[in-house]
Design a protein around this ligand. Sequence first.
Ligand SMILES: NC(=O)c1ccc[n+]([C@@H]2O[C@H](COP(=O)([O-])OP(=O)(O)OC[C@H]3O[C@@H](n4cnc5c(N)ncnc54)[C@H](OP(=O)(O)O)[C@@H]3O)[C@@H](O)[C@H]2O)c1
Length: 300
Amino acid sequence: MIESVLLVGGSGFIGSHVARRLAARGLRVTVATRRRERAKHLILLPTVDVVEIDLDDDAALARLCAGQDALVNLVGVLRGGNGEPYGPGFAGAHVALPDRLARAAWAAGIPQLAHLSALKAAADAPSGYLRSKAAGENAVRKAFPNATIFRPSVVFGDGDSFLTMFSRLLKYLPIMPLASPDARFQPVWVGNVADAIVEALLRPEADGKTFELCGPRQYTLRELVKLTARVTGRRRAVLGLSPLFSWLQAYLLEVVGGPMTRDNLRSMSVPNVCAEGRTLPFNLAAAALEDVAPRYLRNR
Ligand SMILES: NC(=O)c1ccc[n+]([C@@H]2O[C@H](COP(=O)([O-])OP(=O)(O)OC[C@H]3O[C@@H](n4cnc5c(N)ncnc54)[C@H](OP(=O)(O)O)[C@@H]3O)[C@@H](O)[C@H]2O)c1
């Protein structure tokens, strides 16, 4: 039975939900963050401690790992720069850091490690994001063979940046120009992702396994935007862009620091869906987007 969990990247969207679930079970949670301010919404939870740390400092990392029963790595970036096989930001956050965390956890004798990867991560994937996620999985497996790895499709829920971003854009744009409108996703609710992580920490049979995480239904990107428009009452025409204009939009947004890059576009060329009939492990019931989205999108 575990009593203490170290969440690295725990201040973010998925990490915050994991922290709340662990705290609700009375487990001691340490949220490691680069800036304490980022995790201030978690400080009031009764068993949660927020610790600011320089993750490049091996001695500090070793001190943080000491006495923990589990480490969950939730660090991830969507903008990692360009390069082969992946840009420097992806190399640091998705490969070098997971490698160091897995080694530090192993050296400290932490019995459990859970690592967040991404659906369709592969060495020959079309984007640096997905290639770096595959390299990160390999590094984690090598340093910590019984780690549990999760590969979610796009995650939705309170605090997401995906549907919430569409909701905000729909508020201001009279027409929604949409890159890669036919890209396919099988969105999974953040509550299901957090439950899967917590369950894996509690179940020995999860050790060494890799789990894909998906919701109950597949959608095209166009369907997801239309659903967001319906839920928020912001009905707009959606203008699906051709591959050339999708690339141009991604390029321009990449240059101005907007919500998309050419690498994101390349990720979307692979259907982000699970194998037929597979959604969640541990008999968890996959929540439907249509049931959850109205509850958090309405006022966004
Ligand atoms: N959300 C999705 O739809 C989705 C889908 C598939 C996979 N995933 C994966 O799931 C994990 C969690 O995703 P999320 O949506 O919760 O992400 P998030 O909200 O962006 O949170 C990630 C956290 O990682 C930390 N971080 C970011 N860059 C870092 C860096 N260079 N070095 C160290 N720490 C860094 C940040 O914590 P501090 O700033 O506090 O240090 C941040 O809060 C990630 O690995 C992501 O790739 C997410």
